[in-house]
Design a protein around this ligand. Structure first.
Ligand SMILES: *Cc1c(COP(=O)(O)O)cnc(C)c1O
Length: 228
């Protein structure tokens, strides 16, 4: 069983190799370690190994964890919220997260804009795409992306920085990452600065890099299997 440091280093090597193969620079790719289901101490250990960006998907778990890490290692962790976000949790999430990867509907856009402008802050958001035909899965359908992006760009306190997707579970990652890359190009025609792509998890990040992912959300490959 490898140590945390060894797992982090192994993933780093794979990211570098995949970037080189895709003729991309390592420093245009951000590794977000998804620390859900693990205690604050794991985040502290990763901070001490030089890792700075962390992702969480539930506010109830993330808020106390971020507070604890802020005491142990002040100012060193950047928090990304990557999970489905209820509007009544936005106030809490924006206390620690500077980036939301999961902007997936208009009511959430309105709430983030309201809270951010009240506080005089700007929140970076990825627009989450729904790559399936199933509206229940959540996310913005690619055909609605441009209208939604314009609304986001016009919302005070909100800065759209790119698109986000979770590859669907049907094993068609290449098709999915291709759609994400296309959506990213479209988005940049209306918001030229929104060039980032949040895609790729433990099982598919190398492929995601070949399709232009700039933000990898990697959990178990680094953190190990999750303590219950
Ligand atoms: C848990 C999670 C991840 C990380 O998944 P792994 O397979 O553990 O790498 C990435 N993105 C989101 C939205 C998640 O909830």
């Amino acid at each position: 069983m490898a140590t945390l440091a060894e797992r982090l280093a192994a993933i780093e090597t794979k990211i570098q190799d995949a970037a080189r193969q895709a003729n991309r620079l390592r420093n245009e790719i951000t590794l977000v370690v998804v620390s859900k289901n693990h205690p604050a101490q794991l985040v502290v250990n990763l901070v001490d190994l030089g890792q700075r960006d962390f992702g969480e998907n539930r506010d109830q778990e993330a808020a106390p964890k971020a507070a604890e890490v802020a005491i142990e290692r002040p100012g060193l962790a950047n928090w990304h919220f990557v999970g489905q976000l209820q509007t009544n949790k936005v106030k809490s999430v924006l206390n620690y997260a500077s980036t939301v990867h999961s902007l997936d509907r208009e009511s959430l856009l309105r709430e983030i804009s309201k809270v951010a402008s009240n506080r005089g802050i700007e929140v970076e958001v990825f627009i989450q795409l729904n790559l399936t035909d199933d509206p229940e899965r959540g996310g913005i359908a690619p055909e609605n992306l441009l209208a939604f992006a314009e609304a986001a760009a016009a919302s005070p306190g909100v800065k759209p920085i790119g698109v986000m997707a979770v590859a669907s579970l049907d094993g068609q990652e290449e098709r999915d990452f291709g759609l994400v890359a296309e959506a990213s190009q479209q988005l940049q025609t209306v918001v030229p600065s929104a060039r980032f792509v949040s895609a790729g998890m433990s099982g598919d990040f190398e492929l995601a890099i070949s399709y232009g992912a700039t933000h990898l959300r990697i959990g178990t490959a680094i953190t190990g299997s999750r303590p219950v």
